[in-house]
Design a protein around this ligand. Structure first.
Ligand code: UD1
Length: 325
């Protein structure tokens, strides 16, 4: 039985990873500072995991949490492009310093392998599509720069200390438990939640921008594969985690109208600073080196996600107590 340390375990990706690791019969230790993570995301597995309230900026606590660990799945981060535009210092601290701390602790505690949640934002607005791992990175936002710096730290720890590391460039991951309530929430969580409540969403820009939206189960499977893939094929390297298809925001809104039954129209607002126009991945390297394949496509993922948000909205109905006759 292996022990997995999941940083950011109370986030929607971290908590999905925790469920999958438990399902394969392994042990989960999780850390979170609960800045954006929510303990409700762990509700029914809380008893089965070793959960610690720890910030990745606290090196001593991360050292302690890394003791006896086989694999680290490093998800803790402050996400969001616009948030990093407003607060580059905070983004850099959590995303870069936090990652260095996780790596130092993993090296010192002799962890077998560290898998890192890197970001497709590293590519920036490269004119050629799809985006391949060998392309020269062109990050636009502070968030993208910080996530890319994390990748470089990952490969440097492999090259300098022999710590096995794998970076997974996530392409717009979405799914159940993604928080829709923050102004920095991912677009799908926001749109689905608003539309289910009969409220009008806003597209920033002309809506022609496109994303390779990737259902969370695909990211979970990539992490588990990355732990076991042969060292000489994957360590010190970067892999796209995506579906290899894309949808524009206008198309996405139209699909969501059908799934949610929303009757209204979308509003348009100004384009966001730091926004990438088009994003779609070439997933051939992940397929050949990790054995990755997308398990759930975009539309199926949207259905599953909408179903989940719907089930969260439903009030709990207590059955009437039997009337004595
Ligand atoms: C970026 C990364 C993604 C990463 C995420 C972390 C790229 C291509 N992707 O996502 O891999 O996981 O950061 O935060 O860089 N939008 C609206 N209305 C809204 C909200 C968003 O129109 O209410 C638009 C945005 O302007 C953007 C698109 O929807 O064009 C997606 O936005 P968002 O979900 O925030 O993710 P990215 O910034 O693309």
């Amino acid at each position: 039985m292996a022990t997995y340390l999941i940083t950011g375990v109370a986030g929607f990706i971290g908590s999905s990873l925790a469920r999958a690791v438990l399902a394969q019969g392994d042990k989960v230790r999780g850390v979170d500072n609960f800045a954006t993570g929510r303990s409700e995301n762990l509700d029914e597995i809380l008893e089965r995991i070793d959960l610690r309230t720890v910030d990745v900026l606290d090196l001593d606590a991360i050292q302690e949490a890394s003791k006896g660990v086989d694999f680290v799945l490093h998800q803790a981060a402050i996400p969001s492009v616009p948030r990093s535009v407003l607060d580059p210092v905070g983004s850099n601290a959590a995303n870069v310093d936090g990652t260095v701390n996780v790596l130092v602790a993993a090296r010192d505690q002799k962890v077998r392998r560290v898998i890192y949640a890197a970001s497709s934002s590293a590519y920036g607005d490269t004119p050629s599509l799809p985006k391949q791992e060998d392309m020269f990175p062109n990050p636009i936002s502070p968030y993208a720069v910080a996530k890319l710096a994390g990748e470089y730290y990952m490969s440097s720890f492999y090259r300098c200390y022999g710590l096995e590391t794998v970076s997974l460039r996530y392409f717009n991951i979405f799914g159940p438990r993604q928080d829709p309530t923050s102004p920095y929430s991912g677009v799908l969580a926001k749109f689905i939640s608003l539309m289910l409540h009969g409220e009008q969403p806003t597209i920033f820009g002309d809506g022609e921008q496109s994303r390779d939206f990737t259902f969370v189960d695909n990211a979970v499977s990539a992490n588990l594969l990355a732990c076991r893939a042969p060292r000489d094929q994957v360590c010190g390297r970067v892999f796209n985690v995506a579906t290899g298809r894309r949808a524009s925001l206008k198309e996405t809104f139209a699909i969501l109208k059908t799934i949610t039954g929303f009757q209204g129209e979308v509003k348009f607002g100004p384009k966001r600073a730091g926004d990438v126009t088009h994003s779609i991945a070439d997933i051939s390297r992940s397929q050949s080196h990790l054995g990755y394949k997308p398990l759930v496509d975009f539309k199926e993922g949207l259905h599953k996600t909408v179903d989940w948000y719907r089930s969260e909205m439903r009030p709990v109905v207590t059955p009437p107590s039997p009337v004595a006759s």
